[in-house]
Design a protein around this ligand. Structure first.
Ligand code: ZN
Length: 265
């Protein structure tokens, strides 16, 4: 009896897991449930680091930044998460064109704690396929996974930040559902499914707990009191450690590409 019951429980669990894992693909635009609507709206601070970009000419006062934030707010507002520009500071011109993994890792030294760090650069090459240029990316420092950030290129559409924030808060996968913010075809009014929103909310709660992020007003108070944003401890990794991490990342990218090719056959 207990075997039957545990077998049933295992099946039910499996079915539940399948349901959850497929939810983002099946679900259309959905309204929040009551518990997702309850509680305060959390306003998270965004710090832009802007490299000189003579083609698009995005600068700190530019409407481009405001539009990226506004579009992200449209997507996340029903789920009680909002973003607000905290500051936009210049980034050295040596980071304007990102080609290699190392180029992206180098941005770690500029990270500030408590805010969402967004780097705006002129161009970014795909690290696995040099024939492709990227509009945005969510990137982790390989030797300290708590340090992560997003990069936007100034040619990205206004919804790029909203998409990369999905990755930032824990949505690893893309979906093929047209119109969803995690699809490559996210259209004019992108949205999150309930399943995705739950994961994003859990990610935001986790970051607030670990002080990786702080609400906008707390960060403002911190800067008033201390004169600067909180820092991460200095990046201490050696070039050799980064080399090894990059070699590992390249090996797993090659393996992934190989598996994809084999599945297509
Ligand atoms: Zn993506």
């Amino acid at each position: 009896m207990s075997n039957i019951r545990s077998g049933f429980a295992a099946c039910a669990l499996f079915a539940f897991a399948v349901l959850l894992s497929e939810a983002p693909d099946r679900a259309g635009a959905q309204s929040p449930t009551e518990d997702q609507m309850s509680g305060e709206i959390v306003v998270l601070p965004v710090l832009f680091h802007i490299a000189p970009n003579p083609v698009a000419q995005v600068d700190a006062s530019d409407g481009w930044l405001a539009e990226q934030i506004e579009r992200a707010n449209q997507v996340y507002r029903p789920w009680r998460i909002q973003f607000r520009l905290f500051d936009a500071i210049p980034l050295d011109a040596s980071h304007a064109h990102l080609v290699s993994r190392r180029d992206r890792h180098m941005l770690a030294e500029y990270l500030r704690r408590g805010v969402i760090n967004v780097f705006v650069v002129e161009s970014m090459q795909d690290v696995d396929d040099p024939s492709m240029m990227r509009r945005g990316v969510h990137w982790r420092y390989p030797l300290d996974e708590r340090r992560h950030w997003t990069v936007l290129t100034s040619i990205g559409p206004p919804t790029t930040l909203a998409h990369e924030l999905g990755h930032y808060f824990g949505l690893r996968m893309h979906t093929r559902v047209r119109g969803n913010i995690m699809s490559y075809e996210h259209g004019d009014e992108p949205w999150l499914s309930q399943y995705q929103a739950r994961r994003v909310q859990a990610g935001a709660r986790r970051f607030l707990r670990t002080l990786e992020l702080r609400p906008f007003d707390r960060i403002e108070a911190h800067v008033r009191e201390h004169g600067a944003l909180p820092d991460w401890p200095p990046v201490r990794s050696s070039a050799a450690e980064l080399d090894r991490a990059e070699a590992r990342a390249e090996r797993s990218a090659r393996l992934l590409a190989f598996r994809r090719r084999r599945r297509r056959r």
